[in-house]
Design a binder for this molecule. Structure first.
Ligand code: OOG
Ligand code: NI
Length: 465
């Protein structure tokens, strides 16, 4: 009875991601161009690959294939992060994973707010990579204090948004009318503000400390800095961007193109230069520019186990120790060749990946099997007998080295700064007001449950036969 009056969190999430998409296309027209290109490439890929068409048609909603999969924001304070967690919870999005980017020269740590269960992901997978600025990594104490003061004074959520979050928490959901108001109010938090909230002198000092610090501290709120649709052929989109008048980053992040895709491949167009205005203490207006916002695309593969991930990290690090991708693309070809060579060492066959314990799989009973012939015992015997099949579990999370590459190419590739690596998940979780779900535990749990279900189902079928 109670549920009947509430709109489902995934319905609010779908409305929110659609509203973000419309707003962002308006704010950053190049993003609209990217969306069009992605739609064209996806349509062409489905035309060219009837097998892919059939498998996607069976498992997904084809008419939404080119919709946004994720976006990203950067927050300034612990209180903002804690509140953001409550806002995303209303939309059925929960913190998964901890990403320390200080090691890669970006002074933030992060999590991804996302739908967690399979059904919810399927309805709408939208997630938001959410970073928290690490002011402790600003060396100059005076600048740190100025940044802190600016951030402490800003209010990124409207009173109405806060009231609606409290209402949802109190009553266990929002009505349809409140859900629509919530989307409208929360959307405002992610809007772009042409008018900076600091004067030009402070902007310049923040910018000199790190471009990302200027991006977080100088504005009224955490503008959405990119959205990311899914592409079925990331290499084609990367190649065709220049033809549509948009400038791609130098290389695609993540693993190379493979028969059995692993983890996540992503690339973006380089951030656009936008006009901003500054007001000084005397009321004089001046104008400058700010470069932070871009568009990205992603293509996902199988979630890897810790063992598979360790192999991935090792192979990637080996490549990057030899060929560091240059921002201007001058060694892009050498990089991609080295990447392909290195990943020869990663099995490229689903069963080999599975047998080596490198990836997570979902096991299901084959409906056509003859239960009287099923061998007893373990899952391997059932697979051999053709009674059980396995399919890769898709990686729904992010990769710190890739994220750092995306950050960097969109903050100006110039000088990459060094920070002392200082992961601090405890501190992050204290700020968040909850722990983050371990993505590895989550995938392992899905796999384990699917094996358990197969064994139970097969036993029941054999008993009934
Ligand atoms: C976030 C970069 C991380 C991804 O796809 O890895 C990210 C940012 O630039 O704020 O979105
Ligand atoms: Ni991204």
């Amino acid at each position: 009875m109670k549920d009947a009056i509430f709109v489902a969190p995934h319905t609010i999430r779908s409305a929110f991601s659609a509203a973000m998409s419309a707003m962002y296309r308006e704010e950053v027209p190049a993003y609209g161009t990217l969306m069009k290109l992605v739609g064209d490439v996806n349509a062409r890929t489905l035309d060219d690959q009837p097998e892919l068409y059939a498998s996607l048609e069976a498992t997904e909603t084809l008419d939404r294939i080119s919709e946004e999969r994720h976006g990203a924001i950067r927050l300034g304070t612990e209180a903002e992060l804690a509140m953001m967690r409550r806002v995303f919870a209303v939309m059925g999005m929960f913190p998964v994973g901890y990403y320390d980017l200080s090691e890669a020269g970006v002074p933030v740590h992060a999590t991804a707010f996302r739908p967690v269960d399979e059904a919810s992901l399927k309805i709408n997978p939208f997630r938001v990579f959410t970073s928290l600025l690490r002011l402790d990594l600003i060396a100059d104490p005076e600048l740190r204090a100025a940044a802190q003061e600016m951030l402490a004074a800003r209010r990124i959520f409207s009173d109405a948004a806060l009231a609606l979050v409290e209402k949802a928490e109190r009553s266990g959901g929002l009505s349809q009318v409140d859900g629509a108001r919530f989307v409208g109010e929360v959307l405002n938090t992610f809007r772009w503000h042409e008018m900076a909230s600091v004067d030009q002198a402070l902007y310049d000092r923040l910018h000199a400390a790190h471009r990302l610090i200027a991006d977080v501290v100088s504005f009224k709120g955490p503008h959405i800095n990119h959205l990311t649709p899914r592409t079925l052929d990331i290499d084609a989109v990367q190649d065709e961007m220049p033809g549509r008048g948009i400038v791609p980053k130098a290389v695609i992040e993540g693993p190379p193109s493979r028969a059995c895709p692993i983890l996540l491949r992503q690339t973006s167009f380089k951030a656009i230069e936008e006009r901003v205005s500054f007001l000084d203490a005397e009321g004089n207006l001046s104008s400058g520019s700010h470069t932070a916002r871009f568009g990205e695309i992603e293509q996902r593969g199988i979630a890897l186990t810790p063992k598979g991930r360790a192999l991935y990290d090792r192979l990637l690090n080996e490549v990057r120790a030899n060929v560091r991708p240059a921002a201007d693309g001058s060694n892009a070809h050498a990089y991609s060749t080295a990447l392909e060579d290195s990943f020869e060492a990663f099995p490229d066959d689903w069963n080999a990946i599975r047998r080596a314990g490198l990836g997570y799989f979902l096991y299901t009973v084959v409906p056509a099997g003859d239960p009287s012939k099923f061998p007893g015992g373990d899952i391997e015997a059932l697979i051999k007998a053709g009674a059980v099949r396995f399919d890769p579990i898709v990686y729904e999370d992010f990769l710190p080295v890739s994220a750092a590459g995306i950050f960097q190419s969109n903050l100006g590739d110039g000088n990459v700064q060094e920070f002392v690596a200082s992961p601090n998940q405890k501190l992050f979780e204290a700020a968040l007001g909850s722990s983050v779900l371990s993505e590895f535990d989550h995938y392992a749990g899905i796999e384990r449950a699917s094996i358990g279900q197969c064994l139970v189902a097969v036993r029941a079928m054999a008993a009934a036969a």
